[in-house]
Write a protein that binds this ligand. Structure first.
Ligand SMILES: Nc1ncnc2c1ncn2[C@@H]1O[C@H](COP(=O)(O)OP(=O)(O)OP(=O)(O)O)[C@@H](O)[C@H]1O
Ligand SMILES: [Mg+2]
Length: 389
């Protein structure tokens, strides 16, 4: 039995802990606020700012975990190298977690070292540099902080006069105080997918069926498994996912994001070295093992002979329209009443903020069914749930 220190205790962490509990592991869930979703199901918890390297080291010294499993990006990831050197396993590896917390490190690795196709991009450390870079890329372009998540600080810039606002907004949306942004070519993709990829300690790299998703404001609204993807595009995405996960090293499940274009093929976008929010669709039983069970098995070194595709699935998020310290949920019964293949997860976040993700509805149908109808059904069910004060 292993002791796992989970860094980040949101809804993805909660499902990971449930998977770990089912295999008899011990989990200490960490986050910067008490009562976080994963803490509710863990063996123990710690509340501290994980960007504080000393606080992180203190938690490691106190609990002496066998494995550190990061669930979010906002972690003092440089310290993970020290823990790894001291013999603590970091999932998937300190290098993977450190590289992916900063868009610069991962983008340069993917585009320059591995030669993967990405949107054209430049970095900018001032408004002037941003203007020069945008002029080279053309409009529209996408401006993002180097460190942020869930679309924070991101803007689609349609004309030069919007760059000043994009610069300000990007700097404000940056984690920490780095004043450097990335500006990317806007890809007119036909669809985007997450390819959940599993690297194993003693076994081949496995790919889950691709997950299609729809984002609004850089945040995921619905996901579905599996949309039709041209076989040559899927093969190309798998090749890229294998290359980038191999370069980052380690064992675990990764969410690798791609843009797909009929005309221009497959673009690598970014990746998370851990379960992906769009992968919550696997909670609908789409696969033999959901993404959290896959991550756990890979991290523990328990063999995964194969990932099998069992049924079509869809997920739709429940966002809070209000800010409140006492969130209530109306319409849960109505949401699941109509269809026996619809289920819901309420994450149990202690506090709601406007547009904070508070739950998700998942549903499934047999393979070969109408995926669009399933998506509509799951979205309609999610729309019945209202977060109130
Ligand atoms: N260059 C681009 N061209 C077109 N659309 C883009 C581009 N970059 C980002 N987007 C859109 O914005 C969404 C969010 O961007 P991205 O995945 O880079 O950041 P993020 O999701 O905020 O980061 P994280 O996944 O770490 O939370 C993408 O899924 C895509 O829909
Ligand atoms: Mg993303």
């Amino acid at each position: 039995m292993k002791k796992i220190l989970l860094l980040g205790s949101g809804e993805l962490g909660k499902e990971f802990v449930i998977a770990a509990q089912r295999l008899g592991q011990t989990v200490v869930a960490c986050d910067k606020y008490a009562g976080a979703p994963a803490m509710q199901v863990a063996d123990a918890f710690e509340v501290f700012d994980m960007l504080d390297g000393d606080a992180l080291a203190a938690a490691v010294a106190k609990h002496r975990p066998d494995i550190i499993v990061p669930e979010i990006e906002a972690i003092r990831t440089e310290r993970l190298y020290d823990f790894e050197r001291a013999g603590v396993q970091v999932a998937p590896s300190a290098r993977a977690v450190n590289f992916t917390m900063n868009r610069k490190a991962i983008r340069d690795l993917a585009a320059k070292e591995l030669g993967l196709k990405t949107a054209r991009y430049f970095y900018a450390t001032s408004l002037e540099e941003l203007q020069q870079a945008a002029a080279k890329i053309g409009f529209p372009c996408v401006v993002k902080p180097l460190m942020s998540s869930s679309g924070k600080g991101q803007s689609l810039v349609k004309a030069p006069e919007e760059l000043e606002h994009a610069w300000q907004y990007g700097c404000e949306g940056s984690r920490g105080d780095i004043r450097e942004l990335i500006v990317e070519e806007f890809i007119r993709f036909d669809s985007e997918i997450t390819l959940l990829t599993v690297t194993q300690k003693n076994g081949p790299t496995l790919f889950c069926p691709p997950i299609g998703h729809v984002q609004k404001g850089g945040d995921y609204r619905e996901s579905f498994q599996s949309p039709h993807v041209a076989p040559e595009h899927l093969a190309e995405a798998q090749r890229m996912a294998a290359a980038v996960t191999e370069a980052l090293t380690g064992a675990g499940l990764w969410g690798v994001e791609f843009f797909l274009s009929h005309d221009n093929g497959v673009y690598f976008s970014e990746l998370s070295p851990r379960p992906h929010d769009t992968g919550m669709v696997t909670l609908a039983g789409t696969q033999n093992l959901n993404e959290f069970e896959l991550h756990l098995r890979a991290v523990l070194g328990i063999p995964i002979p194969a990932v099998t595709f069992e049924r079509l699935g869809a997920s739709a998020v429940i966002l809070s329209p209000v800010a409140t310290q006492t969130p209530h949920y109306e319409g849960v019964g109505e949401a699941v009443a109509e269809d026996p293949r619809t289920d819901i997860r309420i994450f149990g976040k202690p506090v709601a903020r406007v547009n904070r993700r508070m739950g998700v509805v998942v549903g499934y149908e047999p393979l070969g069914s109408d995926l669009d109808a399933l998506r509509d059904r799951v979205k309609a069910a999610a729309a019945k749930v209202k977060v109130t004060e």
